[in-house]
Design a protein around this ligand. Structure first.
Ligand code: ZN
Length: 892
């Protein structure tokens, strides 16, 4: 019945047909127009008919249905060919190979001098004393302001890419003084789809589920996207948490391109729930205090202009709430550190919005209306920036000057002998984000140098010449400080995302920092650095030894399994007669026991992965077990299955998948959760269940529990992470006592019952109990063979506050430190609750083992230290099972 009206509404909003009465159902919309027609303000009704419209090329009006990514690329190509205002540039490809493009839109005159414009823009980023003067003089000399619009980092927020298409068309086709002025004063870059793979996942699903007409019913099937949804990219990463870390190729390519422009204004277009108002402008506390106050003041100015525009249309909106500026990896935050007045915009709609949704009786929110609202925002940001062009250029230049002269600057030191794979990650971040690394000219020993572990000075510690030095007193300093400082200062603990991420800690680097200047510091710029290539040293013929202390050691184990090499794991530190030291847990491949071709292929793969190994000439040792000793346990090749789909958390499954598929490249098979009752588990000896959302028991019923139980007993290694770890403890091992942050029974101190508290006290208690994501110190038991190669301590981003139960005969492979908090929001109550508690356990279960990890460890692909816990569990677990080690019971 309302199908027909929905169809009409879909095109009406964008194309200005709203003056036509629609249906009686839609009275709220027609009321909106009673005050006149403000829509020309965004439609620019005088348009060049020679510019092809989306309908000309796509066959549909924007808003009528979802546009597929390839169709969008096709239309933008035509538009760029037809218009001398529009240039298209491909800056990369998504994981699945879709082109990542931007449109640069400005006057033909500005296009002709674009290299010069960008060169002058870059002059404002040097942080020099006269930068603000230079900005003023450039502004007088008609230097345009640069604006960048990012659309669709979340692929299932349907109006974003559509808005980009319509906006590009309008800006290409519009005629008159107003558009001429905008194109003269601004250079706009539109990234129409930051996450094409997610967009296509959503659109393909939606097109498959909708009928001949969209159905606006709140309970229509087209409301409920199946797992994992289109929000994330191919590896199910939330790209809106990856702008700083650049783990995913979309982020890396985008930031390189973004840096070539460095806009004064950046707008990140999103959608939130269909029942929400439109959100724009100022966010909520906590702000990262490294963001200069001037940026916040500008957010307020733009918010004022946007509120006027929305009031003119009589639209509901919100601002100054919910969305914080603390975590550096958001799309609204990273650009701030690159000098932009960067801001979030959230239209109502999202995945559930579909093409139309009846939000309340009589009001149907259509895709077309969502696009219309986004256009209001886009045009307002352009016009406000045009009005404040000179001020924005000056603010931009002053931002970098402020960073260079920051009174609270810090210095970071990174040991040169850190693993080259990790140094390479730091180097890439520096290169792409544009910050400077130096090296120490001569050793220093200073009381100003502090430990990341304790925050305290280190006695008699000398940093050798060649140590990497990163000073925050440089143009990108606010970003550097945000990434490298031990702990962000947090003005308000009530927040929803992680509150600590200190790069040197989460990467597991040997590193130090200083909060004040060091007079004796003498440094030189490190202009070039290339990662050392992998190598196989020595020419011994007895065995190849791969040291376990390397970052890519799990990959080496994967290679040994891949090439089916008989090998052993060093049971202790071994010193060889030629002085070579074999760290505990290192891989020993006996040459003579293995096929020569397989050994050669193994060596070649080691080298190309950047690993170092050594050919050993003797089987006898000076100290520690000789190579053939039983103490060096047989390495049982892992045959790994990783569970995906409900009930796993798509983000945590994605991080795990990426870890095994890309980061460490270890052979594995992805299996579906709902097939665990059927698939032949004996094909695998390791099963990883990533952290789950919601009820695990709803999917893993009694029959699956029985199967897993039997499979473990017959020699399997079950690895449960996060809530799956707690589930495995309870359901497979049948031990009670996993506790979490909302578990009242674990209280050590008396607290009044919740009902005795006022509403406000209850809120305060929930903030106290919650761990939004803190950096906690975890101490692996490095004497346990499965933890060989792990560091003495590491920093893990903990969100659940869960601890694991352990039986008397179980092993605690890692526990939270006595003082667990390294950084971030963690109440004293939670700190004392977690102190010394198990973070990772191992239990023998008849012939197999169950390994539980209390919290996600591969978070967002940047927690390189903590992910080792999961990697060791998966690669070494089978070697710990009694079934495969008939020689003894040495781990018991
Ligand atoms: Zn979003």
């Amino acid at each position: 019945m309302f199908h027909r009206s929905v169809r009409l509404l879909l095109v009406a909003f964008v194309f200005g047909l709203l003056v036509v009465p629609i249906t009686a159902d839609d009275h709220t919309r027609t009321d909106l127009l009673a005050t006149g027609d403000p829509y020309d303000a965004i439609r620019f009704d005088d348009r060049d008919p020679g510019v092809p419209t989306p309908r000309n090329i796509l066959g549909h009006d924007i808003g009528e249905r979802f546009t597929r990514h390839a169709e969008m690329i096709g239309y933008l190509r035509v538009l760029a060919d037809a218009s001398d205002r529009v240039h298209m540039h491909q800056y990369g490809r998504s994981v699945q190979g879709r082109p990542l493009v931007t449109l640069t839109i400005t006057s033909p005159e500005n296009h002709a001098r674009l290299p010069r414009i960008l060169e002058r823009n870059a002059e404002l980023t040097t942080g020099e004393r006269n930068a603000a003067d230079r900005a003023r003089s450039l502004a007088r000399d008609s230097q345009p302001a640069l604006v960048w619009f990012s659309f669709g980092v979340h692929g299932n927020e349907g109006s974003n890419m559509e808005t980009a298409i319509q906006l590009a068309y309008i800006l290409a086709a519009a005629r008159g003084e107003r558009i001429d002025g905008l194109l003269r004063d601004l250079v706009l870059v539109i990234d129409p789809s930051l996450n094409p793979d997610g967009q296509m996942r959503y659109v393909t699903w939606f097109q498959n589920i909708m009928g001949s007409e969209p159905n606006a019913h709140r309970w229509a099937a087209e409301r409920s996207e199946p797992w994992p949804g289109g929000r994330s990219n191919h590896y199910l990463f939330d790209l809106n948490r990856d702008w700083s870390w650049l783990v995913q190729p979309e982020s890396l390519a985008r930031l390189r391109h973004y840096r070539a422009y460095r806009p004064q204004v950046h707008v990140d277009f999103h959608e939130q729930g269909a029942d929400s108002p439109h959100f724009f402008g100022e966010g909520d506390t906590p702000y990262n205090l490294n963001i200069p106050i001037s940026t916040r003041e500008w957010l307020a100015k733009y918010t004022e202009d946007l509120s006027r525009a929305f009031d003119e249309f009589g639209l509901l909106y919100s601002t100054r709430e919910r969305f914080d500026y603390l975590y550096p990896g958001y799309g609204k935050v990273t650009p701030v550190y690159h000098g932009a007045m960067s801001v979030l915009n959230e239209q109502a709609g999202h995945s559930r919005g579909g093409l139309a949704i009846e939000v309340e009786p009589g009001y149907t929110l259509t895709l077309a209306e969502r696009i219309r609202n986004q256009l209001i925002v886009a045009i307002t940001y352009l016009e406000t920036t045009q009005r404040f062009r000179a001020e924005q250029l000056e603010r931009f230049a002053s931002f970098f000057r402020e960073a260079v002269t920051d009174e609270n600057s810090e210095i970071y030191f990174i040991a040169r002998d850190n693993d080259p794979a990790l140094l390479a990650k730091v180097w890439t971040l520096a290169e792409v984000h544009g910050f400077r690394i130096e090296t120490l000219d001569r050793p220093i020993s200073s009381g100003a140098v502090l430990s990341y572990q304790t925050g305290e000075p280190i006695d008699n510690h000398t940093l050798p010449a060649g140590t990497w030095v990163i000073r925050s007193a440089q143009p990108m300093g606010f970003f550097i400080k945000t990434l490298f400082e031990r702990e962000p200062e947090i003005e308000d603990p009530d927040t929803y995302d992680i509150t600590a991420w200190s790069l040197p800690v989460v990467f597991g680097l040997d590193a130090w920092y200083a909060k004040r200047s060091i007079p004796t510091l003498s440094t030189s710029p490190l202009a070039e650095w290339t990662r050392p290539t992998g190598s196989i040293e020595g020419d011994g013929r007895v065995a190849i030894m791969v040291p376990s202390t390397q970052y890519h050691f799990p990959h080496a184990l994967g290679l040994a399994a891949h090439h089916a090499l008989h090998s052993r794991l060093a049971g202790d530190a071994i010193e060889m007669p030629d002085g070579v030291v074999v760290p505990p847990g290192s891989l020993i491949v006996h040459t003579q026991r293995n096929d020569a071709d397989a050994v050669r292929a193994f060596e070649r793969d080691l080298v190309s992965a950047g690993l170092t190994a050594r050919r050993l000439a003797r089987g006898i040792s000076t100290t520690g077990p000789v190579l053939g000793a039983n103490a060096n346990r047989r390495f049982v090749h892992p045959r790994i299955a990783i569970v995906r789909d409900r009930p796993t958390s798509s983000l945590d499954f994605g991080a795990t998948w990426h870890l095994f598929d890309v980061e460490q490249r270890i052979d594995h098979t992805i299996v579906l959760a709902d097939q665990l009752g059927r698939l032949d588990l004996d094909q695998f000896n390791v099963l990883i269940i990533p952290n789950c959302w919601g009820s695990i028991g709803a999917v893993f019923d009694d029959r699956i529990v029985e199967r897993l139980d039997a499979w473990v007993r017959s020699g399997g290694t079950l690895v449960g992470v996060g809530s799956a770890g707690a589930w495995a403890s309870g359901r497979i091992l049948r031990i009670d006592g996993s506790s979490s942050d909302d578990d009242e029974s674990s209280d050590k101190e008396e607290r009044p019952v919740a009902s005795a508290l006022t509403f406000e006290e209850r809120r305060a208690r929930s903030v106290e109990d919650r761990i939004p994501g803190a950096l906690l110190q975890v101490r692996p038991d490095t004497t346990h063979p499965i933890m060989f190669g792990a560091p003495e301590w590491l920093g893990a981003v903990v969100r659940s506050g869960r601890t694991l139960p352990v039986r008397d005969n179980g092993f605690v492979l890692a526990r939270y430190a006595d003082q667990p908090r390294l950084a971030g929001v963690l109440s004293d109550r939670n700190a004392s609750r977690l102190a010394n508690q198990p973070a990772m356990t191992l239990h023998r279960h008849s012939g197999g083992v169950v390994i539980c990890i209390a919290d996600e460890v591969a978070t967002r692909g940047f927690t390189h230290a903590a992910q080792r816990l999961l990697l060791n569990a998966a690669t070494l677990g089978p070697s710990m099972t009694s079934r495969h080690q008939p020689l003894g019971d040495e781990i018991d």
